[in-house]
Design a protein around this ligand. Structure first.
Ligand code: 13P
Length: 257
């Protein structure tokens, strides 16, 4: 990380875990045990139905509430879907877009991700855009090309001014929920390549100030080494964000001077 130029963001992605009651208990405990230092931003991306509970308790705290998905249209006949304006109205600040579980299990492609990025930005929120290769793609050696394609497509039509609101998360698919973390060097290499793509698209100043997180089995034991990489500006954390204790430890590590 490099706090001189960009925000460090530690975000939890709860996926499909925790009820509204469990959310209330978690949010109260987390809020009351945060470290004093404010060197990193914190977000909790919770299931849709948990958002009101999280937003109520975390209002006036330094923990932002995030969602894990959104529909691309502003409104319409889309049974079961949720729009960006609905989320913004609940004080949601971040929305995860293009998570690999959505790409794999719900067949979301890069063009759809681009439409969702615009929906989130148009509603005044911050997209956390997930990119990453699977194991076969890494073995074949196309990781950097693939990620460059994912970034370029996701950001098509996004203006330099809007880039202030964009967060990128590098999440190698083979490291998600598997316990196999990318080594700090692997994470650093891809995050730095992502910054290179941003430099080509938007120039050095914007590339330098964009937050690029790592996600994939990040926990309290490996966070320090991952965050020590110059281009890794935080974490998108799945299972280790489900317990206050482990999530707090990662926040403490990101807060260290
Ligand atoms: P895990 O931390 O459980 O591997 O999940 C990572 C992730 O998918 C965050 O979005």
């Amino acid at each position: 990380m490099n706090r001189k130029y960009r925000k460090t963001i530690i975000a939890g992605n709860w996926k499909m875990f925790k009820t509204p009651s469990e959310t209330r208990a978690f949010a109260e405990e987390l809020k009351s045990s945060l470290p004093r230092a404010k060197r990193c931003s914190i977000a909790l991306c919770v299931p849709y139905v948990d958002i009101p509970a999280a937003a109520k308790i975390l209002k006036d705290s330094r923990i932002a509430v995030g969602a894990q998905n959104v529909h691309w249209a502003s409104e319409g006949t889309y049974t079961g879907e949720i729009s960006a304006d609905m989320l913004a109205d609940l004080d949601v600040k971040y929305v995860i877009v293009g998570h690999s579980e959505r790409r794999q299990l719900f067949l979301e492609n890069d063009l759809l991700v681009n439409r969702k990025v615009h929906a989130v930005l148009d509603a005044g929120m911050n997209p956390i855009i997930c990119v990453g290769e699977d194991w076969d793609q890494r073995q074949i050696g196309v990781t950097l090309e693939l990620i460059s394609y994912q970034i370029r497509t996701a950001l098509a039509g996004v203006t330099p001014e809007q880039m202030r609101h964009v967060v990128i998360a590098y999440e190698p698919v083979w490291a998600i929920g598997t316990g196999n973390t990318a080594t700090p060097e692997q994470a650093g290499e891809v995050c730095s390549a992502i910054r290179g793509v941003l430099r080509k698209l938007y120039g050095a100043r914007i590339a330098r100030s964009t937050t690029i997180q790592y996600g994939g089995s990040m926990n309290e034991n490996n966070a320090e080494a991952l965050l020590a990489q110059e281009d890794v500006d935080g974490g998108l954390i799945g299972s280790a964000s489900l317990k206050v204790e482990s999530f707090l430890k990662i926040i403490q590590i990101a807060n260290q001077e």
